[in-house]
Structures are given as C-alpha cells and as structure tokens.
Write a protein that binds this ligand. Sequence first.
Ligand code: KG4
Ligand code: ZN
Length: 326
Amino acid sequence: MLILGIETSCDETAITILNSKRKIYIDKIFSQTKLHKSFGGIVPKIASKNHLNILPYLTNNILKELNMNIKKISLITVTVKPGLKRCLLIGLIHAKTIASLINKKYISVDHLEGHILSANINNVGIKYPYLVLLISGGHCEIIFAIEIEKYRIVSYTVDDSIGESFDKIAKILNLGYPGGDIIENYAKYCSGKKIKIKKNSRNFSFSGVKTYFVQKINKLNNFNRKDIFQICAAFQKTITNIINYKIIKSLILFNSKYRISNHIIISGGVASNNYIKRVLYMNIKAIGYKLYFPKKRLCTDNAVMISYTGITKFYRRVYTNVNLNL
Ligand code: KG4
Ligand code: ZN
C-alpha cells in the first residue's frame, strides 16, 4: 500500500510517498522562503499562488522520479488545518481531485497532530500517554497526548509564538528570515546571559522577552558583530529557560494524572534548535524522564509527518474528514 502525503498549510509545498510500513519512498519540499524573505515574513497571497503553481508540478515530478503511475497510490493524506486558508484549500482540492480520479480515499490531517506524531518516525518505543512541547512558527503549546486523536492542551501562548519571536529578533538585527537557524548560529559564538522573566503563569508569553530585546537593540544604535553574538545567545538562553521551566511545571500535573509515563516529546520548527535540544535533554534526563525529538528535517514543515499521521489514523480507524471552514 502506498500513501501520498500533501502539505501546503503555510510556505512549504511538500509532497511525499510512504508505504504502509512507514518507509519513505520519496520526500520533496519546495521551500518558498526566498520568495518571502524580502517581506520579513510570510505573505499569504504569494504563498497560495506558489502552491498553486508548484504542487501539480511537484506531484508529477515525484511520480516520474519513481517511475510510478498515480493509480498505484492507495490513500491520499492532506493537511486541512490549521494554516492559511487559501493555501490549505489548494492542498485539499489537489488531494480530492487525485482521490476521485483514481477512486481512492483521502484522509484529512491536522498539521499539529502531524508535528506531535513526527517524533515517532525516527524513534521507536514512544508510549502513550506522553507530554509534548510543540514549538513552531505559529504555536507554543504543552499538550498531554493521551491517545491518537486524544489531546489535552495544558499551556499555550497568550501572545506571540516562539518561532515568531526568533524571526522578529533576527529581523531587527537585520540578519534575515526565517530567524531561528540564524540566531542559533550566531549564538554559538558567545555563552550569553539569560534575562530574568516572570514565569509563574501556566501559559507562555513571549511579548515581554521580545520587547526587552527589541529595546536593547534599539538602544545600541550601531551594533557590531560582538553585540549580535551576545544578543542572540542571551535571547536563545532566555527562551530555553522559559520552556524548560514550563515543562517541569507541567510535569507536576502530568504526574498526578499519568504516573506510569516518563516520555516527553519536543517537536515543531523550533525543535530543530540543537542548543534547546541539548539543554532540555540533559535537564529532563536528570529528573528521570526521556526526551524524544524528530530528526531535523522532520521538525520544520514537511509532508512525511502528514502521511505518517494519516496512515496511523487509517489503521486505527480513527479519522473523520473535516470540512474546511471557509
Ligand atoms: O514548524 P514550522 O516549520 O512551521 C510552523 O508550523 O509554524 O516552524 C517554523 C519556525 C520559524 O519561526 C523558524 O524561525 C523556526 O521554526 N526555526 C527555528 C530553528 N529552525 C527553524 N527556531 C529556532 N532555532 C532553529 N534552529
Ligand atoms: Zn508546522
């Protein structure tokens, strides 16, 4: 059985083919980053226009590369939420058209569930229930994953998302877009000093941290490379300290409900940050828990996590195809 996966929720046009054993036959991502770079963020109209141009071309290309007829596909999986409406719609129309042409089923997938399950693709033995820290461009949440399709969000961000904050700091330092990888690279040159932030609430808030660093940068007037190294390292350290604290806090609630489990997952674009992974891994190990994360390519948006999630739901017979709320 071969499964086609389609992801177009934001600025990545991604397509993949997996088999029923979750073996990846092909995995292609066309990143639109360059097209949005000069705007310092994603422009929805540009994103949807490019999905429309690229998706049919990419689909054709993977089939050619594998020398495969589309009729060999048995199931189509596609992201339907959350994301940019027009972008999602293009992916969904593409999926439904292929499904009806070859007379096969399609399964709609929640992008966030895709990120949550993505850690299972390169790790074996992750057991429910587990605690998830989902850190991406649009989200920052702590979730108790109880079973497939059964999630309890226990913390979320009340203002900016975490990836957005990385992007913003990189933007005002004139370092480019997206900011996460860039900040991580500059932060390597300096040990950095974390700033003190009030963290009492269960939810996340990044606007205070962001404003603190924006003001600091503005005060510098002309910043040199050393200033950039210091700001990036301090920002990264402060963010890491916040998420580390929130995980430890949530574990109290998690333990009171699910005493038997000691598995924690971090996933989403920001989880590709090696500094964050290293610090969390050590701290979590020290208190007797085990941290899992997806491999780097599967942290940021991709179609493998979508087809993986779709096929898992298909086999467990837990899927309902949601309608897009247009
Ligand atoms: O998961 P993702 O690809 O898209 C969403 O679903 O939102 O995440 C993209 C975000 C961007 O904000 C980007 O700056 C951030 O992930 N990111 C990173 C790193 N690589 C990507 N943030 C911190 N460190 C990184 N190495
Ligand atoms: Zn994502």
